[in-house]
Design a protein around this ligand. Sequence first.
Ligand SMILES: Nc1ncnc2c1ncn2[C@@H]1O[C@H](COP(=O)(O)OP(=O)(O)O)[C@@H](O)[C@H]1O
Ligand SMILES: [Mg+2]
Length: 332
Amino acid sequence: MTTAPNTPADILALGEAMLEFNADADGALETAESFSVGYGGDTSNVAVAAARSGGRAAYITRVGDDAFGTVLMRLWEREGVGTSHVTREPGGRTGIYFIARGPAGHGFTYYRADSPASRLSPADVPEEAIAAAKLLHVTGITQAISTTSCDAAFHAMAVARATGTLVTYDPNHRPALWSRDRARAVILRSLELCDIALPNIEEGRMLTGQESPEAVLEGLLARGPKVVVLKMGAEGALVADGAEVTRVPAHHVTPVDASGAGDTFDGAFAARLVEGVPAVEAARYAVVAAALTTTGHGAVRPIPHRADVLSRLSPSVDRRTSGGTPHKESPA
Ligand SMILES: Nc1ncnc2c1ncn2[C@@H]1O[C@H](COP(=O)(O)OP(=O)(O)O)[C@@H](O)[C@H]1O
Ligand SMILES: [Mg+2]
C-alpha cells in the first residue's frame, strides 16, 4: 500500500464498481461451471490505476452492505484508494457482471439495475473533497446508469470547475446503457465542462461525425476542452491542445485482453498530471501503462505499478517528467 487509505486525495473518481465473474472455460454463459472473481467498473479501475502509479486517489460511490460491497471495500483499502466517500447502503445489492469468452470475443452480462451506485445523487458528492483535490475524473458510464447518477456527475463537475479542480472526462460510450441521442447530448455537454477529454477514436467519430483523427480532434476541441487525448488502441494516442497535435506511439506488447486499457490509460495519465507533468508526457507514460494492462487477463489484476511503467519509458522521457512542480490549475 502506497498511501494511507483516507488521507486527503489529489485524484477523485466518481462512479460504479462491480464484482466480476469471469467464466473459467471458453463457451456460452449457459455452459459455464466455474468463474474467477475479479473487479470492474471503469472509474474504480481508474482510481486503482492512479494509485498504482503513485497518485493519492479516492473513490466516490455507493455499494451495498452485502458481501460483494465488502470485497470492493477491501480492494480499495488494499490498493490505497481512499474510501471515506464510499457509502455502504443498508440492504443494497452491489452490482455484478459475468464474462463469457467465445470465438467472437468477450460477452458481458450485467446485474446492475437498481444497484446502490445507480442511486448516486448530488447529495453523495463531497464538495469540500473535490475543492481540495487536484483532479476529478468523470465518465459517461456514470452518467448513463441513472438520472440521479448523471446529476451527481454534473454536480461534481460544477463543483470542480468552481473551485479550480481539473476535470478529466472519458465518454466511455456504452450503447447498451442509453440511447444514442441521450448519450450524445450528455457527453457533448460534459465536453464543455471538462478540462481534458479522453475519448477513444470511435467515440470521437460518433461525437463529431468526422472520420480522420485530425478532424475528430478539431471537432472535439471546438466543444470546449483545453486538451483532447484521443486513444487509438494499438496505435497509441494523439494529444491536441489547440496549438499542436502530438502523436504518442503505442508501447509494443502482445495483448491478450484489452479490457480496462482505456481506464488504466486515464488513471495513469491523471497520476502524472497531478504531479505537474505536461499532458503529452503524461500520455507517454499512460500508453505504456495501458499497453502493459493488455498483457494480462481481467481489468484490475494486470494494471501496472509506477516502477514497471517507468522502467519501460526511455531515459530522456523519464528525465523530462521528473522535475515538475505540482500546479493545481495547469493541465498541460
Ligand atoms: N494492442 C495494443 N497495444 C498497445 N497498446 C494498446 C493496445 N490496445 C490499447 N492500447 C493502449 O491502451 C489505450 C486505450 O485503448 P483504446 O482501445 O484506445 O481505448 P478504450 O479502451 O477506451 O477503448 C491506447 O491509447 C493504447 O495506449
Ligand atoms: Mg474507453
